[in-house]
Design a protein around this ligand. Structure first.
Ligand code: SAM
Length: 258
């Protein structure tokens, strides 16, 4: 869903949320990748406080809860996502560990120095990578950890078509080395980074999305806005298939400096 909100800004937000809330996750990722990123985070205690920002319907939240200790506060702008997240937490018997709040990542409800870990899978782009890293740092304890996944260039050069696509949709896309530099400049020690494998896009995100399209179109009676939304998603999938050697999602893990 990374550029959709911008691409389809003229669409009905309820319809967009409905489109994506049908999916187990709203962006590229997998349980395995969440666990891999978690492997770089030190042991957390039962008192640990974790924020899962831009949680969507909780694709990663359950994996986080199953592989950490402490309390997780999951945040999403859209109440529908928080409802789905809470239902999911109940289904997994984790509602005592996971709470959900519908609020913007631009206005987080945490106290300074409260959090041990900030998690944001495929969502920091909504506030912007640099701004998110800088603004959220205040909520981390000294040496608190942050883990975010973010679309990044995988090569130093690339064809004009894909360069223009991303510059239009998310101009903050950058190379991995520049992203790491920005993390350092924002006051973190980079701890690890890794590129999400293709299956996180194709099997875990795009495949279920494509499978849901017929039901979605049926619900909206093939309306023009629904068809346009679907077409934009299909175009995005085509772009990924064509240019996946040039861009991808990268997990960046860092530790607050002071
Ligand atoms: N982390 C989930 C995942 O990987 O499945 C969702 C990723 S989805 C690409 C981005 C999420 O950010 C969406 O659930 C969207 O509703 C949420 N979002 C968008 N703008 C937001 C904002 N200003 N504050 C909080 N969440 C926001």
């Amino acid at each position: 869903m990374e550029q959709e909100l911008q691409l389809v800004a003229d669409f009905d937000f309820d319809m967009i949320v409905d489109f994506f809330s049908r999916l187990n996750r709203q962006g590229p990722g997998s349980q395995q990748v969440t666990r891999q990123a978690l492997s770089f985070i030190g042991e957390l205690s039962d008192n640990a406080k974790i924020a899962d920002i831009g949680c969507g319907s909780g694709g990663q939240t359950i994996t986080l809860a199953e592989n950490t200790k402490g309390q997780i506060t999951a945040i999403d702008l859209f109440p529908k996502m928080i409802t789905l997240l809470k239902e999911r937490a109940i289904r997994h018997g984790l509602s005592d560990r996971i709470s959900g709040i519908a609020v913007s990542m631009e206005n987080l409800p945490f106290e300074p120095g409260e959090l041990n870990l900030i998690w944001a899978e495929g969502s920091i782009y909504n506030i912007g990578f640099e701004r998110g890293l800088r603004e959220w740092k205040q909520f981390l304890k000294p040496e608190g950890m942050i883990a975010v996944s973010e679309v990044s260039w995988l090569t130093d050069t690339r064809p004009d078509e894909i360069e223009q696509f991303w510059n239009f949709n998310y101009a903050e896309i950058d190379t991995i080395s520049n992203k790491i530099k920005k993390m350092e400049e924002a006051g973190y020690t980079p701890v690890a980074h890794f590129i999400l494998p293709e299956y996180c896009w194709l099997d875990c995100f795009y495949k279920p999305m494509q499978e849901n399209i017929p039901l979605f179109l049926e619900k909206y009676k093939n309306s023009t806005p629904a068809q346009q939304l679907v077409q934009r998603e299909l175009d995005e999938i085509d772009y990924y298939r064509k240019y996946k050697s040039y861009y991808g999602y990268v997990f960046y893990i860092g530790m607050k400096n002071e």
